[in-house]
Structures are given as C-alpha cells and as structure tokens.
Design a protein around this ligand. Sequence first.
Ligand SMILES: Cc1cc2nc3c(=O)[nH]c(=O)nc-3n(C[C@H](O)[C@H](O)[C@H](O)COP(=O)(O)OP(=O)(O)OC[C@H]3O[C@@H](n4cnc5c(N)ncnc54)[C@H](O)[C@@H]3O)c2cc1C
Length: 387
Amino acid sequence: MVNNISIEATVWQEVGPMPGTTPGKGFPGVVPGTYDLVVIGGGIIGTSAAIEYQQRHPSHAVLVLERTAPPAGASMRNAGFACIGSLSEIAYDINLMGADRARDLVQRRWAGLQRLRERCGDDAIGFEENGGHEIFTTNHPALERLDEVNELLLPVFEHTMFERADHLCDQLGFSNVQAMVRTPFEGTINSGLLVQRLWTIAQDVGITFQITEARDVQSADTHAHITTNNGRIEARKVVIATNAFPLGPSTDITPGRGQILVTSPVRGLPLRGSFHMDEGYVYFRNVGDRVLLGGGRNLAFAEEETTEFGTTDVIQHYLEDLLRTTILPGQVFSIEYRWSGIMGFRPDKQPLIEHIQPHTMRVFGCNGMGVALGSTVAAEAVALLSD
Ligand SMILES: Cc1cc2nc3c(=O)[nH]c(=O)nc-3n(C[C@H](O)[C@H](O)[C@H](O)COP(=O)(O)OP(=O)(O)OC[C@H]3O[C@@H](n4cnc5c(N)ncnc54)[C@H](O)[C@@H]3O)c2cc1C
C-alpha cells in the first residue's frame, strides 16, 4: 500500500466540521417518536431526497441517519466533476442501452445539475464552469461518432454538445495526446462544500440528522422498524440511499473503489476545467494551481471491486506516471494528498428506484457520476414516495 489516508485526506478541500455536529461526537440524540420519513444515507441522493420531501411536506418529521460525520460515502470523496458524460462514454452508452436511453440519461444528469446549482448556489459549492474535455492518446473510434452523438443530444442542449479542440493540446502542455474534444456544458465543484451545503439546507428546512448506522429495516402494517446501533426507530416511510453499501434484499449493485491524488501547486499551470481519458476511467482537473487526478480502476478491476478504503501501488504509480509523461511533462511537482472512495455500479448503468417493502424504497443512481444525476434521482424518488 502506498498510503492509507481516509477521511483526513479530504482536508485539502479546506472544509470545516459538518454543520450541526460536534467534532468526534456527532449530533445530539434522536427525538423519540415516529418519523414520517427516515432517510438512511447522508450523501447527495439521501440528503437531496430528504430536502425534496420536507419541502413538499413542511409539517412532517424527517430524519437522516448517516453512519459517519463527515459522511464517508462517495459524495464527499469524489473528484468534483459536475459532468454529464464524455463523448466516448456516451458512444459506449448508446451501444449498451440504445440511443434513446443514453440520451435520457444525459438529460437527467443535465436537469440534475441545474437543480443542484439552484438549490445550493454556485459560490457555496465552489462551482466553476470551465468546460469539460476528453483527451485521446490514440485514434479512438468514438472520434468518428462526434456528429452522431451531437445530433442525438441536440434536443437536450439546443446547441452542439462536443467539438474538436486539438489545438488546445499544446497550449495546455500535454504530451502524447493526439486529439481533444471539448464541451462547454461541464463544470467542477468542491465536493466537501457541496455536502456541507446540502446538510445546512436540510437542517434549515427542519430535518434532523443522527450519526447512527442502520442495520436492518422491516415493514409492519402501518410502519417500518429500523434497527440501528443505537436502538430502534419507527417510520411511516423509509428511503435507503446507501449507494454501494446496500441494505435489504440482494441487488445487482457492485462496489468499485476510486483512487485519487492531488499534486502540490504547479507554477504557471495552464490547465483549467475538467478532463476525461480512457472512456472516463481516468479523470483530472485543476484545483487552483494543483492537479487532481483519479481513476485507473480498469487496471485492476477485480482488486478494486471492494468496499475497503485504501490506495494501491499499482494504481498510484500508474497515475503518477501519467502526470509525468502526459499531463505535466517537464513540470516540477510532488504528490500532497491521496485518498479513495467507494462507488456503486449496475450492469445497465441505469438508476434504480424500487420499493423493497411496503413502506421502504431503495434509491441508487449514479454509477460513478452522481454529482449531476443525484438531484434528479432524489426528486424522482420523492415524487413516487409522495404519490
Ligand atoms: C473516487 C471517486 C470519484 C468520483 N468522482 C466523481 C465525479 O467527479 N463526478 C461525479 O459526478 N461523480 C463522481 N463520483 C461518484 C459520486 O460521488 C457518486 O455517484 C455519488 O456521490 C453517490 O451519491 P449517493 O448519495 O448515492 O452515495 P454516497 O455519497 O456514497 O452516500 C451514501 C451514504 O450512506 C452512508 N451509509 C452507508 N451505509 C449506511 C448505513 N447502514 N447506515 C447509515 N448510513 C449508511 C454512507 O456513509 C454514505 O455517506 C466519484 C466517486 C468516487 C468514489
């Protein structure tokens, strides 16, 4: 292992303790009684769902159970790409699920990003709209599908989504890059600030948080009983939004670990915005004058299909090599932060909103791209819950 930094590594984002918590102690105790809604999981989807529900039902009692503060889920540990899909990912998705469903997924991510920005405010989450880029080190077949994908997505953006931007490769100082495709419809956020902001909004609208691990959910006639490490909670409705750590009956969600590193500040760094490589398996962006680089799961699929946090020599060395040879050739830098997070994946890449018991819904959505999609999936789930 290179380094096993976990929650501490998110300090690079310079975020303080979670709103409402006392460091090391969490929230005060749960108010006894029956809740109208209990959401299990305080990530983007769980917290957004709680907010959506509370805004529809202001007089209802809503509780979010999250097992750690700050939450150790993907929402706080991601790379902060407010992305809706790169050219090669969307071309892949068209092959996997057909053109209509691929476009629908892009549309839901785009709608989710607008909803998230409206809810949180750009400044509060560090949103920067510097565009998204995909770089190609070989002549990838997706480059031939630029027109097909643009035509498919025209109804969503009413504008050309992707254009070739090969001229930027030299300007940005890359080496060994043959082609680049750019979209204006992508930005970056600070993931720590985003989760803090969502928790603040949730508490402002009256939602209670409890740092507690849910162990089991069982339905009775009119209620669900949630067993936790702190006792039992009753709820009229339950939403499980625990991503790669599913509760309830078995599912087709599998975990995938993502590893990330961040460099020291790089003098004169020309790179701005977000960048994808290898069909989304590798991603990098600037964070001020630093480079955040993550991915490489495709080098060791079996080893990375895990819910254990940690970084590995194989992937960290690969990422560092990529910095030296392709992204920052000839530049002086060191690696200052490393961490990992756990994503959830489904084989068909579709969100999942399902009733698993009479009073209990399980919501999962993001297949490694939840910053934009999360708010849409949360809203869709709450619409079903309220009907
Ligand atoms: C390294 C990495 C990089 C990523 N980069 C990006 C990116 O750049 N852009 C993008 O769009 N997406 C990215 N993602 C994916 C994105 O972060 C996720 O899709 C999104 O955060 C999922 O949100 P969620 O609310 O479903 O899950 P989570 O954020 O994982 O939330 C689930 C929460 O449930 C809690 N929990 C689990 N079990 C229990 C239990 N039994 N009781 C109580 N609480 C429980 C967990 O602690 C967790 O906080 C990345 C993910 C990782 C790991």
